[in-house]
Design a protein around this ligand. Sequence first.
Ligand code: ADP
Length: 167
Amino acid sequence: MGQIQIVQGDITRLEVDAVVNAANSTLLGGGGVDGAIHRAAGPDLLAACQLLGGCPAGEARITPGFRLPAKWVIHTVGPVWQGGEREESALLASCYRESFSVAKAHGIASIAFPAISTGVYGYPKQQAAEIALAAMREWVDDFEKITACCFSEADAYRYRELCRECI
Ligand code: ADP
């Protein structure tokens, strides 16, 4: 029986088997959490990503974590918020599902997620948190620990309000 943990901080510092990157479809790096992960992992991460040939929204790809404490990075591409009628919620749910599925296939026991799509991609934070936590609850028994890594204290508070059973 696994647990969902909510933490506030920088995902690049977490000692987990895998961290999820909110990437863009080129997988060639960007700002926000993507930039932070590439900086912390070092240039070998970009070289590994270049071999993948991009990734469509809603899907996930895996690379080593290189200089990160995490052994793996799972790159997923969230939807850009366009008002809510462009399959955004289904695509965001798919990001979590596909990331979990790739993680499980690699024997990963602990995995940390940022709040995918809620930065530059503009997804409303409350709705995104509901989708994230619903997916985490579905997969909680397949992992030892699932971490929701919130960058701000306000984001962590939002997650805690939505998840009384989270630790
Ligand atoms: P997207 O393009 O998917 O919106 P962003 O990186 O712009 O991706 O933002 C996604 C979320 O990641 C935002 O909530 C942002 O605050 C958060 N974030 C940014 N840097 C970090 C980091 N180092 N660790 C964890 N979360 C981060």
